[in-house]
Write a protein that binds this ligand. Sequence first.
Ligand SMILES: [Zn+2]
Length: 423
Amino acid sequence: MSAMNILANAQANLRGVAVALLSAALLLLCASAPALAENAALKVRVGAHADFTRFVLELEKPSAYRLLTLGDPYRIVIDLPDLKWSAPGSAADGAGGGLIRKYRFGQFRAGVSRFVLDLKAPAAIKAHFLLGPDSGAGHRLVLDLTPSDAASFAAALGSVASADWSEEALLAAAPREAEVRAPVRSAQDPAKPVRTIVLDPGHGGVDPGAIGSSGVYEKTIVLAFAKSLRQRLQKRGRYRVVLTREKDFYIPLRKRYEIAHEYEADLFISVHADAHRTSSIRGFSVYTLSEKASDKEAAALAAKENKSDILAGYDLSEYDDQTSFILLDLAQRKTSEASWQFAQSLVSNMGRDIRLLRRPHRFAGFAVLKTPTVPSVLVELGYLSNRQEERKLRTTSYRDTLADAMVRAIDAYFSQQELLSRS
Ligand SMILES: [Zn+2]
């Protein structure tokens, strides 16, 4: 079934018309209000029936929404204006049923919350509608999926619905992403220029990253660490620090390194914490970009981290092909040399206080490291799959120790660069 057919079907449906009217009214409200009315997700239910799968999201209030189908792997995305998760009975990440393998919920970006439904097989959206409170149930967003095939799924890719969603109005009403962009003026030695460092806490929102043995999320640990590191760097008085995200929402990989480019950063550090099948593996590691991976594990890690956009339901077809980044031109070669030097500085400076992974500097094709002009590394603070390391990473004191060690490595790196540029 094509997107137009789905839309036509939905609109032919009387209920659909009522929804559209209601949502149009809501949207007007949204557009005129200073901030979006708070809404909450109360419950998720997945019903597997013989010929269709029903996804029901119970809401505190009716809501505008937008549906997208994404391919490779098969996914359906439901975007809603800012939604609080308020469902004690069900997890924000849950098992599916029928055509749905599992679902995830989180903030996608400021003002937009997102469900990602991972499908077991291609499916078509047969119907979608809002229901008002009725016999004990509250407001509900209902989505009915029927089995489809690869070709029909491909034909329906992209925006499916709905007319009641206006991104401009939603974003205009949403709170802005925290501003961290004021430059630091240095009253310091002019021989030591202010350096801009972009810190990129990995994952966020709908993409939790690795999940620790106690259930802690990578996205939470790395954000807390990045804030600690920012505070310590700012105290040095010679760094301007920009975070790619301040809160728990998702940013596409490409946007992350574009921020580094936009700020003409001197250094880009993407911060992660890994999980491994073997729970005894632990230690800090650093990765730099290379077309050829240093080892199988690094290649697997890059593949996993590069999946972030897919997990977050990001539409990769919006991208130009970025895989054609090459290491050939001089700027890129200089950048990759500097990235290498910084990685070495991390290993030698952090190794004093922090347990390192065996062969702590590795390389592979990480998508987030592809700014041709900004020296970039990706660090894995440690392994959340290791009990002891997870416990440590959850404490402020260990994250602060890590941050102190990283400040030393950053200082050492820039001193070295200044010496090199003078000689
Ligand atoms: Zn990660």
